[in-house]
Design a protein around this ligand. Structure first.
Ligand SMILES: *Cc1c(COP(=O)(O)O)cnc(C)c1O
Length: 392
């Protein structure tokens, strides 16, 4: 008999009842160290006092009004995002995949209004993940997600990850945009080199097409800059943001330049919940903390510490780990053993990690994780590696 919750997930038999900073407490009382952060969501850990205050203060006053009215919390967050980034304008969503829907609509509408309605095609990269909506799975083009769900939304083409010659060759008269994650998350923590991201921008400029960046996982301080593309010194035309921006409250945002957004006039897009007062009150509190240069400097320092210790671990357990990859606090351990065995061994050590494609386990800690907790995570990972090694 089918379970009352639609069985689309393979869930670990763990039920957490409370979170405190980088820790989660299971219903049986065990304390797990959280290097998953709800898949790069809880950027300030669990129950951060500033976020609890922002949420509960707003909850006492007004939860929801709809976008038929002005929403000051939304205006404030949009102003802050515009002042901190390349963007001139922001649309708020509830999730990453909704951002993909709007990014695709925005790119198509841009060319339509320019009098070039044939430029509907968007080129993506293999290994991508852009969400589970019909545009999201078509944009990523991964057979694992599209199988059985056809006919797919037309207008997407894919080239191998990082293959700029293939990208260049794929661009035609009907190409309107390129979409990519500066650091692929689900694809196995695969960063695009800064020089390559720069080259992608140049290819788009030369072809006169839009660049859409999906920073749903790598954005909001995760790589040590507020947004990952800043490392390459480039500016996208459209950017998808979600996960970390809400710190655990459902919130996403599409950021765009005035030019790229020029087709999106009143009545062309909308969302009932998107940008509601509760979500934007929390998002504002997240951004106030994460966008501060001192906070980002700490992310970079902690990332250096964690990475150095992980390199040591990899050197010590060649039968378990092959290499460290990623950037900032978006790190992956490419495994020699099966990543699912490492994931399970980490659970046994009360340590949460997240699997990814390419036999990788992801380490996506809260960005404010303490040095002590980083050391504790390494101790638990090495105990997990011992256990995996003794099985083989
Ligand atoms: C998680 C993710 C999405 C989808 O976000 P949802 O909130 O699950 O819809 C899109 N793109 C990237 C890069 C992601 O990591």
């Amino acid at each position: 008999m089918i379970s009352s919750v639609l069985p689309t997930y393979n869930r670990a038999p763990l039920a957490f009842e409370k979170g405190e900073g980088s820790w989660m407490i299971e219903k049986d009382g065990r304390r797990f160290l959280d290097l998953g952060a709800g898949i790069a969501v809880n950027v300030l850990g669990h129950a951060h006092p500033a976020l609890v205050t922002a949420l509960t203060d707003q909850a006492q006053n007004l939860w929801h009004v709809s976008n038929l009215y002005e929403i000051p919390q939304q205006q404030k967050l949009a102003d802050k995002l515009v002042s901190e980034t390349f963007a001139d304008t922001v649309f708020f969503t509830n999730s990453g995949t909704e951002c993909c829907e709007l990014a695709v609509k925005m790119a198509r509408k841009y060319w339509f209004e320019k009098g070039e309605p044939a430029k509907t095609e968007i080129i993506g990269f293999e290994g991508a993940f852009h969400g589970r909506s019909t545009a999201g799975i078509a944009a990523a083009g991964n057979e694992k997600m599209t199988h059985g769900f056809g006919p797919l939304m037309p207008g997407f083409k894919h080239v191998p990850w990082g293959d700029l010659a293939a990208l260049q060759a794929a661009i035609t008269e009907t190409t309107g945009a390129v979409i990519l994650e500066p650091v692929q998350g689900e694809g196995g923590i695969r960063p695009m080199a800064d020089a390559d991201l720069k080259a992608v921008r140049e290819i788009c400029d030369a072809a006169g097409i839009l660049l859409i960046l999906d920073e749903v996982q790598c954005g909001v301080g995760r790589t040590g800059k507020l947004f990952a593309h800043e490392w390459a010194g480039i500016r996208p035309d459209i950017m998808m943001v979600a996960k970390g921006i809400g710190g655990g409250f459902p919130l996403g945002a599409v950021l765009a330049t005035e030019e790229a957004a020029s087709g999106m006039t009143a009545g062309t897009h909308g969302s009932t919940y998107g940008g509601n007062p509760l979500a934007c009150a929390v998002g504002g509190a997240v951004l106030d903390i994460v966008a501060a240069p001192e906070f980002l400097a700490e992310v970079n320092r902690k990332a250096g510490l964690l990475r150095q210790k992980l390199e040591g671990l990899v050197a010590g357990y060649p039968d378990v780990f092959e290499s460290v990859r990623g950037t900032g606090l978006m790190l992956g351990l490419k495994c020699t053993a099966a990543n699912t065995d490492v994931l399970q061994a980490a659970y046994d050590q009360l340590l949460i990690t997240v699997p990814a494609a390419d036999n990788v386990i992801r380490l996506l800690p809260p960005l404010n994780i303490s040095d002590d907790d980083i050391n504790e995570a390494i101790a638990r990972l090495s105990a997990a590696a011992d256990a995996v090694q003794s099985q083989t």
